[in-house]
Design a protein around this ligand. Sequence first.
Ligand code: NAP
Length: 292
Amino acid sequence: MIDGFTRTCGVFGNPVEHTMSPAIHNFLAEQTGRNLVYIPCHVETGQLEAAIKGAFALNLLGANVTVPYKSDVISYLKEVDSLAAQIGAVNTLVRMEDGYKGYNTDMPGLYRAMGADGIGIEGERVLILGAGGVARAVAMLLTQKNAAEIVLLNRTVEKAQAIADEVNDSGGKRLARAISIADFDTLPADVKYLAIQATNVGMYPKTEACVIEEETFYRRIHTGYDLIFNPLQTKFMRLVEAQGGKAFNGLKMLLYQGIIAYELWTGCTVSEELARRTYGNMLAAMRERHKD
Ligand code: NAP
């Protein structure tokens, strides 16, 4: 029940109409007995600063920030957590006395999701498909968690090279390299990789798209992790499985980035048992949305 003590959180983005985050936070609030409601906030182009100021003035406890504002929002914050500053993207705002502090829970969320799916990073040889904002953050996570090798494959190879250079400069060793997607066949054929799909190719409604179609690529993959969660089974995942690999989607990453944000807002700890039930609630919400 909403009453005079209800605290409000929300997600700021454009568009936000298809967000799954209310299915995470309103469920967690109900299950943990918090008087908290989570709402979508469509922020028009040019209105981000006004939205952040307005949220603070209206006493919002916290917010998530999504596409296209994860970098731009940094200018309007009082403080930025060191990991978020390093990644250059904020997806969670936490209220302080004089403004909001920005965090990035996407990467810790991905790490917790991979752990929950039984996937380790240390010592792994990893392929990243894509060189956008998320691919860059994934490359940093892999560096911190001691991957043995990182190969970034991108349509625009210069963008992948820039990330590889940044990773190698920060780590002081040649851990990362970049190749064009068109040159994937230059990868050694006898190595089995963990592959992280960090492009938006294959996302609903273009579900029959995939950045690489060739079977010879998928023979090199023991585990494929697609960061897309709509559809739940992407073409990339099907191609990985067809060659005997294990495949996962990005819904658990979304779950855990939300859980970490909720923990920051409320100070509570979400148990793995509650995380599993929240995941079930997200799946039900997705099925409800796509039942037609
Ligand atoms: P972005 O910055 O826009 O980067 C998009 C990437 O996709 C670029 O590398 C781009 O290549 C590549 N790409 C786009 N169209 C392509 C095509 N037709 N052929 C080949 N490559 C193509 O996006 P982002 O913010 O990094 O997000 C990437 C993905 O992460 C999205 O699908 C998003 O859903 C997912 N994500 C998931 C979660 C989660 O919680 N599960 C959270 C955040 C993001 P070029 O550089 O050549 O243009």
